[in-house]
Design a protein around this ligand. Sequence first.
Ligand code: UN1
Length: 516
Amino acid sequence: MATDIKSDKLATANDLSKMSYGNFINGKWVKSVTGKTFTSYNPANLNLSLGTFASSDITDVNNAVEAANNAFKSWRKTPAPVRAEIILKAGYLLETRKEEIAQIMVQEMGKVIKEARGDVQEAIDMAKYMAGEGRRLTGQTVPSELPNKFAMCVRSPMGVVGVITPWNFPIAIPSWKIFPALVSGNTVVIKPASDTPLCAIKFVEILAEAGIPDGVINLVTGSGSVVGMGLVDHPLVRAISITGSTDIGSRVAGRCGELMKKISCELGGKNAICVMDDADMELALEGALWGAFGTAGQRCTATSRIIVHEKIYKEFCHEFKAITSSLKIGNGLNPDVAIGPVINKEQLHSINKYVEIGKKEGATLLYGGNILNTGEFANGCFHEPTIFSDVNSKMRIAQEEIFGPVTAIMPVKNFAQAIEVANSTEFGLSLSMYTQNVNKAFSAIEELESGIVYINAPTIGAEIQLPFGGIKKTGNGHREAGTTAIEQFTEWKTVYIDYSGRLQKAQIDSFEDLEN
Ligand code: UN1
């Protein structure tokens, strides 16, 4: 549940730009060994910076992993309910500093202020939920096939966990990984996205303030190839949890496979809303608008396809264009703005390249399509919300993750074809069905091939108390959030206790023989 807390000490772009930040290793903020730095820029105005950050090398990674490994010895022995108390305190601190962090997030990542508050809220919710896990961390007890023998399995922490996080949910996603990893008794080294290091630093500052012991959480900023892969390769790192593109995720997963490390990937999506001819039209339009253009389409759950029954196709396209044209674009700190900038210039051009691809493929450009770079948009990374219609499954804009404010409307003849089209990509994160027919709703739940299914709601907006993740190329079978988050960060230890006082041979001795 969201509660708005106002802070009177709001950061301004001016004071932020002067700051310089290091890595957090063994409870201290330290410079990178080479002293090299990089800058984080405000995507709404690239002339503004959020400060300079450590451009770390492998020695920094090694120092962080060693600190985490040393801290593991006592953290794993700290009772889980005690570990959980620190996480709960971090949740309350996040609550107190919600507005301050949300405003920093808008400036560093670009999402609009309401959504930035939601991002912090997701971490607060996760802290409270995972604090509860500290008094569960459930195992299994089962009967033995032999008398006077006890059989159970318990969870063990893994050791040092490497956490690699993206820029699109720069507080929520670190919380999805770090809180369950910590409550399970692991120690962590986080490598945040280079577009949002300040948000990750704020998150770690809060854990430090909550009383996390030295070395239990460490942060190393820098490139994916040096810091990220350095973590993956380090022999003391037992597990990696990564959210990012399918391309990078599969490289990391491949390397973890060679090294026999536990790896959980949360990667790309090509999510769709299906709108049937019996749907509540207003509701579907509103949902599609939020799903497609919320966070400027930069969610792995974003609605990048809208599959519409041919009977209502024309009307839907007409209305969707009209409501899209009413969205205000601009700096996310302005509360009237619905669409902020995209993360950086490179991403801006990659999004716009897909507009060109869509046109060449023969889709109809129904709305938008342009980079905005004059007037108030001159120094930022702004892209118009863009709608293609008459899109079919063969087109690249219907298959590839664009990660920007671009959506494709696809006509279908009936319910069966809607399901077929919805399932026709290599991803499987989030799919949605708008219908008022209960039979169709339940058929959709059964037939849609994705880790998350929505009925009469858009593809975005998952809650933290249920598993989050996808099938096919979206992931490798793991789920974040909910109780399943714990699975990523624990090993099962199976325990047999024989209190018969004699050798009992499973599968060989029969109960009758043992009785005599
Ligand atoms: C993401 O885009 O990586 O379900 C996460 C949602 C959010 C999380 C998105 N709660 O849209």
